[in-house]
Write a protein that binds this ligand. Sequence first.
Ligand SMILES: [Zn+2]
Length: 347
Amino acid sequence: MAVFACAGCGTELTVPVAEVALPPHAHRQGGHRYLPPLLEPGTFAVDPEPSEPPWRPWAEITVAEAVARGVYAPVDGLWCGSGGAVLLAPGDTRGTVLIPERCDGCCAAAGSPNLACEGCGRTVGARIDDCYQWQAVWLHPRAVWRLPVEGPARPAGDGWAVPPLPPVEPDGWWNDRWTATVGAALAEVLAASGGEPVAVPPGLLTETFGRTLRRLLPAGAPARTLGLAGPGLTPAPAPDIALVPRHPWTGAAWQPPAGHGAVPVPLDAAVWTYLAFPPARRTTRLPAGEERDDPLPLRPGWLFEPDRYLLSHRLARLPAVRQPWLHAIYDRLGNRRHHPGTSEDSP
Ligand SMILES: [Zn+2]
């Protein structure tokens, strides 16, 4: 476990927290009107990507510099300062005060550096508390020290047992974590497709992955199959491309057993669990066989739209995007007419 302390005066700024992986939706931009904390209480995650100034536009970055930073296709620009920002649940901070004049959001605080150390007044991070944003505190990498404290390095358990996350919220919105993780996973599915049509099982996978794949890949007889694999689920024959859970603590993709043959593509473990082991519908009022109407399943008010920003962001960081056919798809994603969720593109 660790606590984070002010690098200026040593004031402790957090309770003891255990490290987990940066969630796939950590950089989702826009989403549900009201979003909960990004991380569970008692945990923290580190973002390895630089998030500090200077910001350099793409025109000033050479190809070699971009590749050295793990970027293989043109982007708007890159933060070239320090990486290692620390993400926390807001309730786990201590010894901090808000800087009111920097709380610049629509409703409260959108992410400007608005959090100061109570001990010395140095700016140490940002509290995000605004509409359409996940609740979070980000501590600036150079403003804090990480101090080891006694206690388990990880939360209890082995991490794979994750409750299933339903795709639709009670108010009819698609769940934000589904939108984010499908967006990022689509980049890897596209890369693994080889530019040829992919067969997607009917149901939720078609609804979430299939429509976008159909739009971005050529029509014709499928050359590869998409399916699921993971703890307790190793189908035979294996799909060519297997959606597997991403470990919530380490961020590592579950690896199929040797000889399984599938290309693994990681997915938010809670989303994967729902897809792999969908909960049985429960009914309390109607006899067996009649439960189809009680209660009606939740239905969203619109078609699923994978997170376009996260899809492009991940695609730009895959070496495969340098292949012309995948680069062409990447370019199309930057074109509004080919937005995966726009009606202009609908079949
Ligand atoms: Zn301080």
